[in-house]
Design a protein around this ligand. Structure first.
Ligand code: TXA
Ligand code: MG
Length: 332
């Protein structure tokens, strides 16, 4: 879906004037503001009710814009090479790199950290907006803190309403999962958040990386255990367990494959179809990723007492899907 030129110009002007604009990227919709304007940054935290200790990702439209934000030369030589290789192979794309921060970037953008998360999105209209406005746009996912990320303009509208300011509608997000966050300032590159760029691809390019978990302290301040949560409690199940669940009309069910859902439906007594959904027709992980947040939202809108979701294979995009599901279920 194309955004018309007038809307685009208007959005760029709002950003230049220190206002906020929600805009599409290939991962999820972002709530953008000028990265160099502390007032715009403060508005982002306020509207999202985001704790100030959770730093923002800065979005750029081309490699030339990196220099104003990050100091790649402060990295050890080997990490510099890795950064360059990643940027040239995987940007534009769903990968955020944590790099040393330029002092001129307001501390509010990075929550006072000496590092900054930078991303060059693959969405052409997101890049156009960034280029037409200020060249560096801070943008978290356009949802209230802790809730599911928006993958359509409608999700943004319903969650942030008027407070979110102007919303550019670019249709549904292609990937539907947030970017992978990779820290290049640690001794070995470390995945702080699994996302749209699978770990396997990073390993192919870098060799050794760490996917940091329990053993390593929380390095990405926003990666709280209970995050990406729907309103109803969410329980996670392995496939066999999921197939054996008895249907409860008060509960919702999210299967990975349509064939498993069909199998399960046959064993149940007249289940309401809307309460049971499948992420993918044929067990395709990219399709499942693109539908994940939308399906969870739909189930969540039915006012059910709890939701059940099936774990997906833990490979490729499956790692990010399982990560979001398990964070979504952590408080339940
Ligand atoms: O796909 C995406 O990344 C989307 C779209 C809009 O680009 N944005 C997004 O932003 O997901 P947000 O704010 O919802 O998540 C940013 C994550 C948080 O977990 C934050 O803690 C981490 O990136 N992060 C940002 N800067 C960091 C830094 N300097 N060090 C460690 N983690 C950082
Ligand atoms: Mg977010």
């Amino acid at each position: 879906m194309e955004i018309n030129e007038k809307e685009m110009q208007k959005a760029a002007e709002i950003l230049r004037a220190g206002g906020l604009v929600a805009f599409p990227t290939e991962t999820v919709y972002g709530l953008g503001g000028d990265a160099f304007n502390p007032l715009a940054l403060a508005k982002i935290f306020e509207i999202k009710k985001r704790p100030r200790f959770d730093p923002l990702i800065i979005h750029i439209a081309d490699l030339g814009a990196l220099e104003a934000i990050a100091e790649v030369r402060e990295l050890p030589a080997s990490a510099q090479k890795q950064a360059e290789r990643l940027m040239h192979t995987l940007w534009p794309g769903p990968l955020t790199l944590i790099l040393p921060k330029k002092p001129a970037l307001p501390d509010l953008a990075t929550s006072g950290l000496p590092t900054v998360g930078v991303r060059l999105p693959a969405h052409p209209e997101a890049r156009k907006l960034i280029r037409l406005s200020t060249g560096a746009i801070a943008a978290p996912s356009a949802n209230p803190f802790g809730y599911l990320s928006p993958t359509t303009a409608d999700h943004v509208r319903r969650q942030l309403g008027e407070a979110g300011g102007m919303i550019l509608d670019g249709g549904p997000a292609r990937i539907g999962l947030e970017s992978t966050v990779l820290d290049l300032t640690s001794e070995i590159p470390r995945i702080l958040r699994p996302g749209g760029t699978p770990e396997e691809i990073l390993r192919d390019i870098l060799g050794d990386i760490s996917s940091g978990n329990e053993k390593t302290p929380r390095a990405s301040p926003g990666m709280l255990k209970s995050h990406y949560a729907p309103g109803a409690p969410l329980k996670l199940h392995d496939p066999e367990e999921m197939l054996a669940l008895p249907y409860n009309p008060e509960e919702g069910y999210l299967f990975f494959r349509q064939t498993d859902l069909d199998l399960w439906l046959k064993t149940q007594d007249r289940p309401a179809k809307a309460r049971a959904q499948a992420l993918s027709a044929a067990g395709d992980l990219p399709e499942a990723g693109a539908r994940l947040f939308g399906c969870l939202r739909e189930l969540d809108s039915l006012g059910l007492s709890s939701l059940h979701a099936e774990r997906v294979p833990d490979q490729g995009l499956g790692k990010a899907i399982n990560d979001r599901l398990s964070r979504g279920s952590a408080g339940s």
